[in-house]
Design a protein around this ligand. Structure first.
Ligand SMILES: Nc1ncnc2c1ncn2[C@@H]1O[C@H](COP(=O)(O)OP(=O)(O)OP(=O)(O)O)[C@@H](O)[C@H]1O
Ligand SMILES: [Mg+2]
Length: 497
C-alpha cells in the first residue's frame, strides 16, 4: 500500500500535510506520534472515511479513490476504530454480520455465518461465543469482535487505531499473538499506539508522524524507546521525577464491606474494604471486568451496594451522586466518550459537566466564566484545539482525554477516582498528567487509581491492591509488585497475600 503526498485539513487545522509512506504486505507497521499529530486522520483517509484534499492512495500499485468505507472494504482494507462502534443490544453474531449479511432471497443464513465466524476465530486463535450479547463482554472480547467483524468482510489489511490502549498486559500479549498469526498468513496490519515498548516489540516498521507530517520510517532494531519518543516530540524528554511519598494520617476515603450484588450472578464487588489517606495514591490492578468499574460506580452512588462509604469522615453511603460530588468526590471515567463527553457540544460546555452549579447563578450559566475556565484547562493540560468553541468530536482521542482529566483535576476534589487517566495520551503529555496528579496528591488529595498500564500504576501508587472476581486478592507495595507477580494475582493463579 502506498500513500503519496496526502494532505487533509479541517476548519482551522491541517491534520495531514504532504504525507507519504508505503506499507509492505504481510508486515506489522506501526504509526506513532503525539496526540493530534494526525494518525487517526491518516488511517481514516486510507479507510475511505475522509477524502484527502490532495494526494493519492495506491493498493498493489493501483491508484484507488475511496468514496466511503465500503470502497475500502471492497479493496480488502478494514479498520477497528479508536472508540469501539459495536451495538450493545445485539449479539456477537449480529454485530459481526450487521451490514454484511450473507442473505439468500432476503433471508439471513445465521448458521452459515456462525460457521464462517468460528473459522475466522480459529485462524485468529481466539475463542468466542457468538450468541452472547455484546453488552456482557469485557473490553478485550469486544475488540476481538471488532477484529472478527473486519475479517468477516474479507479484509487483507487490518487497521487498528490504538488497539492496546484498553487492554491489560496479558491481553496485549494475546492480541499480538493473534496479529502475528494473521500476518504469517499474509494479512497486513497497520496499528497506532502510544506504548512505545510494544511498538518496538511487535512491529516490522515504524512510521513517526509529527504535527501532521511524517518525520521518518524506522525499524525497531535502529532505535531505542527514547529515540523514538524524541522523534515524536522533536525534542528531549524530561527525566521522570524521583519517587517521594506524602501519605498523611487523615483518611479521606473509607470503604467498609462494600458489595455489589447482581441477581442470578456472582457478586460484582465482594466485600471490599479499603482506606485512602490524604496524600496517598492507592492503585487498583486487575483485568478489566473484575469489579473495578462496579466499585467506582458504587462509590459514585450510581450502583446499588451494601456496606459503607465515607468521604472525609462523612458517611455518604446513602447519598446521591450529586451529594457525593459536593462532598469532594471527582471521577475520571473509564470510557471518555460514553461517560465523560457530549461529543457534539462545545469544549466549554463539556468542561461544565459535573460543576454546573459553580457557574450558575439565578438559573443562568455565566458563559464568560465557563469559557475562561475551559481555556485554563486547555492551557494547563495542553489540549490541542483551535478554540474552546469547537465540538468535542473534533478533538483527537488523546486530546479528548486531556480535557476530561483537566476538567476533573480543576474541580480540586478531596478524593479522585481515576480510571485509566492517561489512556490514549502520548508519552510526553502522559508525564505532564502524572506530574499534575502527583502535585495534587502532595497537596493532600486522595486518589483511587484504576489503571491497566503497569508503568503508571507502579510509578504513581503508594500502595497497590489487586481485584479478581470482585474481591481484593492482594495488597502490595509498588517496589515488591513486579509485573509477573501482579499478573499471577490478576489472573487468579494465586490468591491471598
Ligand atoms: N472531524 C474533525 N473535525 C475537526 N478537526 C478534526 C477532526 N478530526 C480530527 N481533527 C483535528 O485534526 C488533528 C489530527 O487529529 P487526529 O485525530 O488525526 O490525531 P491523532 O494523531 O490520532 O491523535 P491521538 O493520539 O490523540 O488520537 C487534530 O488537531 C484534531 O483536532
Ligand atoms: Mg487518534
Amino acid at each position: 500500500m502506498e500513500l503519496r503526498n496526502i494532505s487533509k485539513g479541517f476548519p482551522g487545522v491541517i491534520a495531514n500535510r504532504d504525507i507519504s509512506m508505503s506499507v509492505e504486505r504481510g508486515t506489522i507497521h506501526a504509526i506513532v506520534g503525539e496526540n493530534g499529530a494526525g494518525k487517526s486522520t491518516l488511517m481514516k483517509t486510507l479507510y475511505g472515511l475522509h477524502r484527502p484534499d490532495s494526494g493519492t492512495v495506491a493498493v498493489h500499485g493501483q491508484v484507488v479513490d475511496f468514496r466511503s468505507p465500503s470502497d475500502a472494504i471492497e479493496a480488502g482494507i478494514g479498520m477497528v476504530h479508536q472508540h469501539f462502534m459495536l451495538a450493545d443490544n445485539l449479539t456477537v453474531l449480529e454485530n459481526i454480520i450487521l451490514g454484511a449479511e450473507p442473505a439468500k432471497a432476503g433471508v439471513i443464513n445465521a448458521r452459515e455465518a456462525g460457521r464462517k465466524i468460528a473459522e475466522l476465530a480459529k485462524s485468529l486463535g481466539v475463542e468466542i461465543d457468538v450468541n452472547s450479547p455484546v453488552a456482557e463482554l469485557g473490553v478485550g472480547q469486544r475488540q476481538r469482535v471488532e477484529i472478527l467483524k473486519v475479517l468477516y468482510r474479507g479484509a487483507k489489511t487490518l487497521i487498528l487505531d490504538e488497539p492496546t490502549a484498553v487492554l491489560v498486559p496479558q491481553e496485549v500479549d494475546e492480541l499480538f499473538d493473534n496479529l502475528r498469526r494473521l500476518v504469517a498468513a499474509g494479512t497486513t496490519v497497520l496499528f497506532i499506539s502510544h506504548k512505545l515498548d510494544e511498538v518496538l516489540a511487535v512491529s516490522n516498521r515504524i512510521t513517526v508522524i509529527r504535527q501532521g507530517t511524517t518525520v521518518g520510517t524506522v525499524t525497531p532494531a535502529e532505535v531505542t524507546r527514547r529515540q523514538l519518543a524524541e522523534m515524536m516530540v522533536g525534542s528531549d524528554l524530561p527525566q521522570p521525577a524521583p519517587r517521594t511519598t506524602q501519605v498523611r494520617e487523615q483518611v479521606r476515603l473509607e470503604v467498609k464491606n462494600l458489595t455489589v450484588a447482581r441477581v442470578g450472578q456472582r457478586d460484582l464487588v465482594r466485600d471490599v474494604s479499603l482506606a485512602v489517606r490524604s496524600g496517598e495514591i492507592l492503585g487498583v490492578a486487575g483485568v478489566e471486568g473484575n469489579g473495578q468499574f462496579e466499585l467506582c460506580s458504587a462509590l459514585l452512588g450510581r450502583e446499588h451496594s451494601t456496606g459503607t462509604v465515607a468521604i472525609d469522615g462523612n458517611d455518604v453511603s446513602r447519598a446521591s451522586v450529586r451529594e457525593r460530588m459536593n462532598a469532594g468526590l471527582a471521577y475520571v471515567p473509564f470510557d471518555r466518550q460514553r461517560e465523560g463527553l457530549m461529543l457534539t457540544s462545545s469544549l466549554w460546555e463539556n468542561n461544565l459537566l459535573g460543576q454546573e452549579e459553580k457557574f450558575t447563578k439565578f438559573g443562568f450559566v455565566n458563559v464568560g466564566a465557563a469559557r475562561a475556565a475551559c481555556r485554563t484547562v486547555i492551557k494547563r493540560f495542553g489540549v490541542l484545539t483551535p478554540s474552546e468553541e469547537v465540538p468535542a468530536f473534533a478533538l483527537s482521542g488523546g486530546n479528548q482525554q486531556k480535557l476530561v482529566v483537566g476538567r476533573t483535576m480543576s474541580m480540586n476534589p478531596a478524593v479522585l477516582l481515576a480510571a485509566h487517566p492517561t489512556r490514549g495520551i502520548d508519552v510526553g503529555a502522559q508525564a505532564a498528567v502524572w506530574e499534575e496528579v502527583r502535585q495534587a496528591r502532595d497537596a493532600g488529595l486522595a486518589v483511587l487509581l484504576v489503571s491497566a498500564d503497569l508503568d503508571e500504576l507502579l510509578g504513581l501508587s503508594d500502595r497497590v491492591i489487586v481485584m479478581f472476581e470482585g474481591a481484593i486478592v492482594a495488597e502490595l507495595l509498588p517496589r515488591e509488585a513486579t509485573p509477573e507477580l501482579l499478573g499471577t494475582y490478576m489472573t487468579g493463579a494465586k490468591v491471598g497475600s
